[in-house]
Design a protein around this ligand. Sequence first.
Ligand code: GDP
Ligand code: IMO
Ligand code: MG
Length: 430
Amino acid sequence: MTKSIVVLGTQWGDEGKGKIVDLLARDMDAVVRFQGGHNAGHTLVIDGHKTVLHLIPSGILNQDAQCLIGNGVVVSLEALKAETESLESKGVNVRSRLGISPACPIIMPYHELLDHAREKAKGDKAIGTTGRGIGPAYEDKVSRRGIRFSDLYNPGLLAEKLEETLDFHNFVLEKYFDMQGLVFDRVLDDALQLGACFSDLVTDVSGELHRLRSEGKRILYEGAQGSLLDIDHGTYPFVTSSNTTIGAVCTGAGVGPDAIDYVLGITKAYTTRVGSGPFPTELFDDIGAGIAKRGDEFGATTGRPRRCGWLDAVALRRAAHTNGLSGFCVTKLDVLDGVETIKVGVAYRLNGELIDVPPQNPEAWDHLEAVYESFPGWQDSTRGITQYDDLPANAKAYIAAMESLCGAPVHMISTGPDRKENIILKHPLD
Ligand code: GDP
Ligand code: IMO
Ligand code: MG
């Protein structure tokens, strides 16, 4: 019997993970974030009311779901405070249901400064980060000089660690970037003050998950970003600084592989990307502009316009096998309504040769040319359809083609942003 589900993005993020996590959370006892930070922007629409979550798991609007932030998540205290307050002002009870691992690395003010300074220095080679300090915070974690959530409750230790770390980062800010460094007392006081707001949320997430599992509870692991932004498997260096693929569930939540029963890969019916980097199926014409407009393709975190293109089945096949996907959920099918001919990238041409898997060396991505297969579009609206039989014949044929091209069956289809606009072919818990 399926007890635990993982929801992962299979493209460059913004596939609609938040919407699907919220939908599935109705039947879950706990929802867990295990990587990323407030670079994520997960949009939930319930009866027309929109909520965008960045750090707090997308189960928070389901009253009975416990929400956990695992050790793999980098936590900004300011973002956590703002999000908690915003939700609580709308009557959502956050504090009694949220737990945060003491091992979470903290995103400190210098991380954000460094993120911006580096991007600026890179000029037209900038990655186009969200500017949230994600990369520098993960770097501090692996270099073993990071501040962890538990340190906030040990002022002596925090001061000792901060002194060393800030000294290092101030040197870089002042001497390399010619900026002003930060004042130790101020950074320390702010961290202690913000930390004090969350002392009751410190939770041994790994231990809690073990307990929940032993009681037979249902757990959903909520991925952020997408497979192509993975630090190892993505379009490096135009990626985020965490693993966004399946392995991160185990390391970022503290569970074993036997804790995963089903892996749901979310994909749009087309492709989008925010920030720089290769995008073989990108559209630069009116069709792309139409998709961007109908899909309201603006970043949920930074508001930046998202680049749009055709579905890339080559990249999706890779995502299906690197993540061991049990099934796909195809979102935003309705956005393709009215497109006369829909194309899907089914192979790449690289130096005159046809390849059907994405190359592993990042430099090759810049030279890929997508090879397409065309499918007839549909003119009727699919918006809000909840029964598969009600889909236009060409939409059904497109979904069938996706199944055979992308390496895993389609188990869910999303036909609008609202929680209730879905076709469920096979529920992950069944
Ligand atoms: P996430 O980061 O993967 O959670 O995705 P985002 O929330 O950043 O972006 C997805 C956007 O598409 C949001 O604005 C959602 O409200 C919207 N959305 C999700 N599913 C659908 C769908 O099936 N149709 C349409 N039209 N919009 C959708
Ligand atoms: P969700 O969870 C889309 C992208 C940024 C940039 C790169 C590195 O909403 O799908 P970072 O700030 O992480 O160092 O930026 O990753 N990026 C996302 N793109 N959706 C996201 O999250 C993203 N999180 C980061 O645009 O290209
Ligand atoms: Mg998003």
